[in-house]
Design a protein. Sequence first.
Length: 279
Amino acid sequence: MGDNTYIPPKVWIWETNEESQWSSLNRPIAGATHHKELPRGEHPLQLYSLATPNGVKITVMLEELLALGNVEAEYDAWLVRIGDGEQFGSGFVEVNPNSKIPALMDHSTPTPTRVFESGAILLYLAEKFDAFVPTEQSARAECLSWLFWQMGSAPYLGGGFGHFYHYAKNKYEYPIDRFAMEVKRQLDVLDRNLAERRYLCGEDYNIADIATYCWYGNLVLNNQYEAADFLDVASYENVVRWATEIDVRPAVQRGRRVNKTSGPEELRVLERHDASDIS
Ligand SMILES: N[C@@H](CCC(=O)N[C@@H](CS)C(=O)NCC(=O)O)C(=O)O
């Protein structure tokens, strides 16, 4: 793969290769690979996750809700080690048939509610607690537009740019060039918007900021893919200003640590069941 002699066969065949650390996990079929029940803690909200950009969106949101005084946002956060294939366990697949973290169960509803897709989980929690999403129709439309924009852009940043620039063992110019171009265009979209506004939708911080900070915020703060120089992130001054402001929020600092398995040992909170788990 990667040289210009590759000719696609008539029918694609699944062949495992060692192109990246994720190769042994990626597969073209859905469904569970093994039986494994999910654990359940004492709080109504049960989160099954890992501190990736998509996972952190939800722990930041829950910590923000708790910071506002919503005691019903207390949650258990269970670690799902995607590098070990735990997202393919039968219990997890029942909560998310797409086998990706994050996934949430809400046991406070008349029958338990499952929610998957980080954008859907953010909106579910925002509606449940009436926080971090505007209620006025136009403001809400703006918030949902930026939230869905982020959800649509993440595959370019993470699945595209991050995969080929950072994770892939061999670096190929064509995909890196294509995805760097799109990521820079998206950074410019954000930068122009944030030139006029403090947060993505205006004066108020909301779920669109949480979702976007976890991807583009981390990228411009050089916490993602070690690509700050390559993408010249410093030139997106408004994005850097916005990300820096969000980054220091105490709830953001707490949420980033939940289900974290890498980085400094003292910052990792593998599972969270109580506020005291985050020291
Ligand atoms: N669109 C999904 C994407 C979730 C996603 O890609 N999760 C990754 C970690 S960030 C995952 O679980 N990967 C495991 C795998 O691909 O097997 C969302 O926003 O929730």
